[in-house]
Design a protein around this ligand. Structure first.
Ligand code: GDP
Ligand code: MG
Length: 452
């Protein structure tokens, strides 16, 4: 398996302090293959790997992980960050109705999405109305009406008696003016007080100018609050071209990935996000109206990387290491031996663990540890980290030796003022005292640790 290959390629590298270029290169090949297998576009893969290299060289290797795992962890974090960057909810108009236009190739899943999105919005207390502007494909209007009925919402459609020329209809060519229908639909929504309008549009099998012009004309006529670009996640390497064509031809504000129930690894998500910078907002995972959710960057990152087993291994290894450290710290805490090094470790650990941090609270002393971490915010934590890293090991072990000249040296070295150093040291002594008292109170001195 991939993880076996990685482990054997890197078996000699375990236990080094910092990631080197060799570590990263050894892993980069596997990462590149994984991304290409997931159908991430070649240029995006290249740019991504280069960024990872920059970020990873010199990164500290956590004691819990080998370098390969460390690189993969960084890759995964970067993926989550890219995919989740600027994630946001639908932006609603100040003066309703909010207009949401759907655009994308034929078969991408726009009409189905109109129903899914309606149902989703109804659950949130909205009163959406659908507007049928695909007058291209025979049966498209009726399909939207059926979807609307299932979702329990009203569909606005052109009157078939006036807009369908029977000859044109038989030939399957265009009839009626989608721009006019879109306008009339929005007027109707205002009149009948629907707070959201979802405008379904026509698509073609390939990108073509007529389609783009029509979509652009609709957009210009109705000035939507959101234009959602709907794309089939199975589209693979064509994702970039298609997304660029729609960006340039119609422009869009957000992306919806469909057919994620298929076996596509979802590289299209990364390609589109990298190339257009637009947020991925929703994910469709089946033909039924409920097969729909907001987009989850972590799930997609893990799917694209296809290293779920490695990722859960990493998580486990870190959790175990964190737990061991927490137990040692809790013991020290009870006996009043806590050092500044432990203090920093604990705070960084709590920050890193996020929700797993709850585990810590179950350990003896863990609750006090998290209270300690709650005392500082993220920015302060960075400064605290800089200060403590600027100390010698002896100073961290025994902060009592921190006299004026040492404090001045530390302040200069870590780019902070002496008074910030003073404050930290003061706070540390207070915390240690406070926690020592608490530990005593709860019977957690040395030798009295309760089983967990
Ligand atoms: P449109 O041409 O963009 O309006 O696409 P449709 O909404 O008509 O969908 C085209 C086909 O894809 C239909 O058969 C849908 O049932 C199907 N479809 C849409 N979304 C999904 C999805 O998320 N998963 C699966 N498996 N099928 C989907
Ligand atoms: Mg359709």
């Amino acid at each position: 398996s991939l993880s076996d290959r990685l482990n054997s390629a890197l078996s000699g590298l375990r236990g080094k302090g910092k990631l080197t270029e060799a570590d990263i290169n050894a892993t980069a090949r596997e990462i590149r293959l994984a991304l290409l297998e997931a159908d991430v576009s070649l240029t995006v893969v290249r740019a991504f790997i280069n960024r990872i290299k920059e970020r990873a060289v010199g990164a500290e290797v956590s004691q819990a992980l080998n370098p390969a795992q460390q690189v993969i962890k960084i890759v995964n974090e970067e993926l989550v960050q890219i995919l989740g960057g600027e994630t946001r909810r639908l932006s609603l108009a100040k003066n309703p109705p909010t207009v949401i236009m759907l655009a994308g190739l034929q078969g991408a899943g726009k009409t189905t999405l109109a129903g899914k999105l309606s149902k989703h919005l109804v659950k949130q207390g909205h009163t959406p109305m659908l507007v049928a502007c695909d007058l291209q494909r025979p049966g498209a209007v009726q399909q939207l009406q059926i979807v609307g009925e299932r979702a329990g919402v009203t569909t606005f459609a052109p009157d078939p008696g006036t807009s369908i020329d029977s000859l044109e209809h038989e030939m399957g060519t265009s009839h009626g003016d989608p721009v006019e229908v879109a306008r009339a639909g929005i007027e109707e929504a205002k009149r009948t007080q629907h707070d959201i309008v979802i405008v379904d549009t026509a698509g073609r099998l390939g990108i073509d100018e007529t389609l783009m012009t029509q979509a652009r004309n609709i957009r210009e006529a109705i000035n939507p609050d959101e234009v959602l670009f709907v794309i089939d996640s199975m589209i693979g390497q064509d994702a970039v071209d298609t997304a660029e064509a729609f960006r340039d031809g119609v422009d869009f504000t957000g992306v919806v990935l469909t057919k994620l129930d298929g076996d596509a690894r979802g590289g299209a998500a990364l390609s589109i996000r990298e190339v257009t910078g637009k947020p991925i907002m929703f994910a469709s995972t089946g033909e039924k109206l409920d097969d729909f959710d907001v987009f989850h960057p972590e799930r997609m990152a893990s799917r694209i990387l296809g290293m779920g087993d490695v990722l859960s291994l990493i998580e486990q290894a870190e959790a175990v290491m964190d737990q061991e450290k927490a137990e040692v710290a809790a013991q020290k805490l009870g006996s009043g031996e806590l050092t500044l090094e432990d203090f920093l470790d604990q705070m960084l650990m709590i920050r890193r663990m996020g929700p797993i941090g709850n585990i810590l609270k179950m350990l003896p002393g863990g609750k006090q540890m998290s209270q300690m971490a709650d005392m500082v915010d993220e920015k302060q934590l960075d400064r605290i980290q800089a200060i403590i890293r600027g100390m010698t090991p002896a100073e961290r072990d025994n902060p009592k030796i921190l006299n004026a000249s040492r404090r001045k040296r530390i302040a200069n070295g870590s780019g902070v003022t002496v008074s910030e150093v003073n404050k930290l040291v003061e706070r540390f002594f207070e915390a240690r005292k406070m926690m020592g008292q608490m530990a005593g109170q709860f019977g957690m001195g040395p030798g009295s640790r309760s089983a967990t």
